[in-house]
Design a protein around this ligand. Sequence first.
Ligand code: MF3
Ligand code: CO
Ligand code: CO
Length: 335
Amino acid sequence: PRASPVIRERRRLLEARPHHYTCCMAKRKRKGGTAVLVPPSSPPVMQGLVGPRRNVPATIARPPYALTGDPGPSVSNVVRSPDEIAAMHRAGTAAAEVLMIAGSMVSPGITTDAIDARVHEETLARNGYPSPLNYRGFPKSVCTSINEVICHGIPDSRQLRDGDIINIDVTIFLDGVHGDTSCTFLVGDVDDVNTMLVRETRTSMYNAIDTVRPGAPFNAIGKAIDTHANRFGLGVVQDFIGHGVGTEFHSNLQIPHYYHPRLTRKMEVGMSFTIEPMLTLGAIDCIIWDDDWTAVTTDGRRTAQFEHTMIVTDSGVELTTVTDDGACAADIYRD
Ligand code: MF3
Ligand code: CO
Ligand code: CO
C-alpha cells in the first residue's frame, strides 16, 4: 500500500513543526474494531537483524528508482495501453507464482529473511526485478508483516512462531510494469479470532473486487470493505490505501479501503490498480518504527491484509495477479 495523503501531510507537518504533531492527531476522530475484545498480540513483534541488500544481475531490467531510491513524481496515464495490459498479466502471473511459493515456506522456525531470499531468487528466475528493493530506500525484496504489523515489515532474522499470522507482499517489475499481490498466512495453529480476522479480510477484498466495472464509482470499493468489516467488528486501516499500478509502482490513482462519500470518480476501461484492505482487531491507527517502514497498530492488536492487482475491462474486472490457471495464494481459504 502507499501512505494516504492524510498521513503524508501529517509527516510533512511533523518535519516542519514537530510540536504540532499531537494536535493534528488529536483532532482526528477514528473508529476501530469493537465487537471482538482481544488482548494485544503477545509477545510484541520486535526488530530483528536485517541482512545486506541482495544483488540483481545486470541482465535484469530495473525500474527507474532502483539506482537512487527515488521514484519521482507520478506521471503515468491512469489508463493502460493494450501492450501494457499484456505485460501486466505477465508481471502479475509471476508475482502470483512467487507469492504461492513464499506461502508454501510458512511454518514455525522459518525466518522472514529466508522468505526474502526465496522471493528474490524466484523473481530473478522469472526475469523480474523485486519491486520493493530500494523503492524509497526499502532495504529488502519483499514485505513481511507479522501479527500487529499492518504493512511494510522488513524481512529479518525473526523466526515465525506457532500461532503467528504473516502477510507476505510480493511485487515484481517485469516487461516494464509491476504486479503487486499479498496474502496473509497462518503459522501452525492459529486461534479462532485470528483465523476469523484473516478469512474476513480476504472476503472484504473479494467483495470490493466484485464492485469493479466501468462506470462504478471508486467509493464502492471502500463501501464494500467497510460494510463487511463492520459486520465482524473489525477496524479498517485508513493510513494506507490501494493505488494505481502499472508502469509505476504507485501512481496517482488513490483507492481508500473505507467509505469516502465524495470519491465519486468513475472507473474506466483500462485503469489498473490494487485493492489491498488492512483490517484490524482493534485500533486502526499506526505507529511507524524508527526503521521508517514498519507500521504497527497503536494498540498492538493484530491486523491482516490481502492484495490483488486488477484491470478494469469492458465486462468488469480482470485480476492480473493470478497464475495461468487462475489460481492465487488466497485460494487456500476458499471453502
Ligand atoms: N507492495 C506494497 C504495496 O502494496 C508496497 C511496498 S513498498 C516497499 O503497495 F517499499 F515497502 F516495498
Ligand atoms: Co500495493
Ligand atoms: Co503490495
